[in-house]
Design a protein. Structure first.
Length: 173
């Protein structure tokens, strides 16, 4: 446990290669599908671009998985929905938006959720390191991670990765 905590709080060191983003996100979705289906949560993906990015595939997968798990834990309705969109931004970068219809996050908590050791969850297994790790990983990729949330309506986590990281992008069919 101590090693896991240390790994999440140390500086992020990227092991970069070309990453096919649709495959990366699809792999993450496949990995959680059974658990999500058992909880009545549907995942919808919408890829408006097919992008190859220069980055660390293991760390980027960890970011997507962490956000998906947070979304799952936030969903208390019987018909849960997580919507993942990837599209090209006007500046040439890409945006990956993961939106859920969970309980949402209060304005007070929203200001703190990226802080290490802060958690909205009352579970003793939760150390409040997931989103701070995600934030640091996205920043290490020269990107931005932002959150929009409304209590009772849900949350959107938005990962923006810059044009400088894009190897190729084509409009998805």
């Amino acid at each position: 446990m101590v090693d896991r905590i240390r790994a999440k709080t140390e500086e992020i060191v990227l092991k970069e290669t070309n990453v096919e983003m649709i495959n990366l996100i699809t792999d993450c979705v496949r990995g959680v599908e059974k658990i999500f289906n058992a909880r009545g949560i549907k995942i919808k993906t919408e890829f408006k671009v097919d992008t190859i990015l220069y980055g660390d595939p293991i760390l980027l997968k960890e970011v997507v998985n962490n956000i998906l798990n947070n979304a799952m834990e936030a969903i208390v309705v019987t018909e849960g929905l997580i919507h993942i969109q990837m599209f090209k931004m006007k500046n040439g970068g890409i945006s990956i938006e993961i939106t859920d219809n969970g309980v949402g996050i209060s304005k007070e908590e929203l200001n703190r959720i990226m802080e290490p050791y802060f958690s909205t969850k009352k579970n003793i297994k939760n150390h409040g390191l997931g989103l701070s790790f995600c934030y640091k990983t996205v920043r290490a990729h020269d990107g931005e991670l932002s959150v929009h949330s409304e209590v009772g309506k849900g949350t959107s986590m938005i990962i923006k990765l810059p044009k400088s990281r894009i190897i190729s992008t084509k409009i998805s069919s």
